[in-house]
Design a protein. Structure first.
Length: 386
């Protein structure tokens, strides 16, 4: 049953729906495979070695880069671009849109990233090191690879899109910000179709592993599939991963007109800022963000059936997020007592023991889809009317 929400009062031209899903994750390269992996609890985390840092664990994608790119495109582009190109093309295919005859000037591309350019800079420095740091050996592809709009720009080049495009940075909620931007641009009639989501190439930079390790936030475990354990008393931190997810967003009126299958509707969203610390989340700000999204959607906490959490698996981060969840859902008659009991214990419990299921897909993928909208972050709350 779908809970009534404020979105029902909007005209169809202002209602934004999801009509296609394209993704690559460490445990699946399409929506069906990925969904089955989650249901079967199949992890995509594996042993991984990267220069300078050495042996570690990571979520590694194995999608076919040549499906939508030539060897030349792959060579001159970036891994983040390849992930985005794959996900965007898969989303179009999944949506059933007549892409060949669609007006590409009315397509907008909005891609969230947490960081970009680190991989290319590290690679270039590694190469010129072998030439006594002679910068004349520096690749002429470096600037277009590292410019801030690159992931979205690579998608436009690949798909011939001439409408608006940009890459959005919003830390671990960047993919959600891309989704929100796509919805807003559709409502403003700046585009008729939005390709929105996020992409990540994090595992290809040794710096991110070294940085998390210096923060004592990098997960370790003899069994890679058990390394990421959000909300567990024995949690040890983050597993870094790559991946991406992009949605096709359309106005409800357009989707109905073409008889599209609708996978979800954006009922409400919100973005805010902690403004308190570089990395430690602020539970008060998190809770405010969720409350604002619920208010805009016209929904009460009791009407929410599932919460997809940030779930970093770090000692401090999980505590802060649990505090935020208590502030939002702790008073719910349906789920409050369970949240108070289970989250206070900070021990993982099977979903059957939760009145309000709290998901943390990161435990089977690693920290990759934090950049995508498939796994929503509490920092940028999205309430789908499913």
């Amino acid at each position: 049953m779908i809970a009534p929400s404020r979105v029902d009062l909007l005209p169809d031209s202002q209602r934004i729906v999801i009509t296609g899903i394209g993704l690559t994750a460490p445990n699946g390269n399409d929506w069906s495979t990925f969904r089955n992996a989650l249901l079967e609890k199949r992890s995509g985390v594996r042993p991984y070695t990267i220069r300078y840092f050495g042996d570690t664990l990571a979520g590694v994608c194995d999608f076919d880069t040549s499906r939508y790119q030539t060897k030349k495109d792959i060579r001159r582009g970036t891994r983040a671009g390849s992930v985005g190109i794959y996900a965007a093309n898969e989303a179009i295919k999944h949506s059933g849109i007549d892409w060949a005859n669609f007006d590409k000037s009315r397509v907008g591309i909005y891609i969230g990233v947490t960081e970009h350019g680190n991989v290319e800079t590290e690679n270039e420095i590694f190469i010129i090191k072998g030439f006594d740091y002679d910068t004349s050996c520096w690749s002429h592809h470096h600037n277009p690879r590292t410019v801030a709009n690159n992931p979205a720009g690579e998608i436009t080049l690949n798909m011939g899109v001439t409408g608006p495009h940009y890459t959005i940075g919003a830390a671990c909620a960047a993919g959600n910000a891309g989704l929100i931007q796509g919805a807003q641009m559709l409502r403003l009639d700046e585009c008729d179709l939005a390709l929105a989501g996020g992409t990540s190439e994090s595992i290809h930079t040794f710096g991110i592993f070294a940085s998390f390790n210096s923060q004592n936030a990098l997960a370790v475990h003899a069994d890679p599939t058990q390394a990421s354990r959000p909300f567990d008393m024995d949690r040890t931190g983050i597993v870094v991963a790559e991946g991406g997810c992009i949605y096709t967003l359309e106005r409800f009126s357009d989707a109905k007109a073409r008889g599209a299958e609708i996978y979800g509707e954006l009922a409400g969203y919100a973005i805010n800022t902690d403004a308190t610390d570089f990395v430690l989340p602020n539970p008060e700000r998190q809770a405010q963000c969720v409350h604002l999204a619920l208010k805009r959607a016209g929904l009460e906490p009791e009407q929410i059936d599932i919460v997809s959490t940030h779930a970093t698996g770090t000692t401090s981060g999980d505590i802060q997020e649990c505090d935020a969840l208590r502030r939002v859902f702790g008073a719910c008659k349906r789920c409050g007592s369970t949240i108070q009991r289970v989250l206070s214990a900070m021990r993982w419990a099977p979903p059957a023991l939760w009145n309000l299921p709290v998901t943390y897909h990161r435990s089977v993928m690693g920290l990759c889809i934090r950049r995508s909208t498939l796994i929503t972050s509490i920092r940028c709350a999205i309430c789908p009317d499913l």
